[in-house]
Ligand binder design. Structure first.
Ligand code: GLA
Length: 378
């Protein structure tokens, strides 16, 4: 489909690249605190059909939005909208002393925007990966992740961690990534979806404070690190402290900073235990950690909202094995572990209850773990 759009519009022999969105099973808001996280790419993706055009211009068509825009290689003011991310990627590549030329590109896909499935990471990673292929830049996947993160930080203004980019680039089907954001090493944990499947329930709300509140949470954690470091020394991140140490200096922190740091340390512990439960196939115990994670995100870290709290309550009422809000928060999706034979009953239940309560139709996406960014043979 995108290929024929490309052929109608542009010259040149393109390559085709798929870049997936991601879920995260456990470990929310831990990446920028250098903890461990448990994401996986999913079978929803942005596809790029793209080729070099021999000029200094980037001609880009966002197929789903029915928009085409152009920018010049040495005019990389961030601007607004989806082009911001692509310009950020080009700037990030240039900053590494690599040379790229102009391209023609059509992209589009099925990752719902604003749902917390990291469509922006997919956009940046897929575009950077494509440029790497086309211009033989010799960038590693790790470097591509960093370039994509640079685009978010410096062009879009969101001081995100590295989880989304890693998940989009390094995932494998039937596995979760256990990514250690301090050592930047990851393991693949087998995660089969034969008995339990993953259902995302999209609350369809995105509260407008999301980006600034995200940056604000990050600042609180940095503030906590400063105070902890003053007392204990050698504390570069919350990964370097134990819950006991945090407790000992409670009086030196304001309540908000304390409870945010406390959430982070508790969530780090949950990931440690959760990884063991998964390896031992104890999904029930894992599901309990998901509920506990949600509780912490909602009460201690304060990044949930009434809509996603309600969705998790519904999951609990229904008797699901595990459920929690996912991603940065303030709306977006909950992630739910659902026994295969309960999938349609739960979907109907959650749909009608949520619609009754908020007058909004939630969207429900069954998702499977998938392979990270790759070239497609068409
Ligand atoms: C967003 C960010 C990630 C991560 C999550 C919360 O998705 O982009 O880096 O911090 O929120 O876990």
């Amino acid at each position: 489909m995108l290929l024929s759009v490309f052929r109608e519009k542009y010259q040149g022999e393109p390559i085709v690249v798929n870049a997936p969105g991601r879920i995260n099973l456990l470990g929310e808001h831990l990446d920028y605190n250098l903890g461990q996280v448990m994401p996986a790419a999913i079978d929803k993706r942005i596809q790029f059909v793209i080729s070099a055009n021999g000029t200094d211009y980037f001609s880009i068509t966002a197929f789903d939005l029915n928009q085409s825009q152009t920018f010049k290689i040495n005019e990389l003011d961030p601007g607004k909208g989806w082009l911001t991310y692509l310009k950020g990627v080009v700037q990030g590549i240039k900053n590494r002393g690599k040379e790229v030329g102009g391209v023609n590109c059509v992209f589009g896909g099925d990752i719902p925007g604003g749902a917390g499935l990291s469509s922006s990471a997919a956009l940046c990673c897929g575009f950077a990966f494509s440029l790497n292929e086309i211009f033989d830049l010799n960038l590693t996947r790790k470097e591509i992740a960093e370039i994509a993160q640079f685009a978010e930080h410096e062009f879009a203004g969101v001081k995100c961690g590295i989880m989304d980019q890693y998940a989009s680039l390094f995932s494998e089907p039937d596995h979760l990534l256990l990514l250690d954001c301090r050592s930047m090493e990851h393991q693949l944990i087998p995660f089969r979806q034969e008995i339990f499947s993953i259902l995302l329930v999209d609350s369809k709300v995105k509260h407008s404070l999301a980006d600034s509140a995200y940056n604000d949470r990050r600042k609180s954690c940095e503030e906590g690190v400063k105070i902890l470091n003053r007392r204990y020394g050698q504390v570069n991140s919350l990964r370097d402290v134990m819950q006991k140490q945090l407790g000992e200096i409670r009086a030196e922190m304001d309540e908000i900073t304390f409870s945010r740091c406390e959430y982070v340390l508790q969530e780090m512990e949950r990931v440690r235990r959760g990884a063991e439960f998964l390896v031992n196939d104890d999904l029930e115990a894992f599901g309990q950690l998901m509920y506990a994670s949600h509780q912490g995100l909602s009460q201690r870290y304060e990044v949930s909202c009434v809509e996603t709290d309600y969705l998790v309550d519904l999951a609990k009422d229904f008797g699901l094995i595990g459920s929690r809000m996912m991603g940065g928060g303030f709306g977006g999706c909950t992630i739910n572990l659902v026994a295969r034979d309960q999938q349609s009953a739960f979907s109907e239940f959650v749909y009608s209850q949520y619609k009754n309560r908020f007058g909004i139709e939630p969207e429900i996406y069954p998702v499977k773990t998938a392979r990270g960014v790759h070239r497609v043979i068409e």
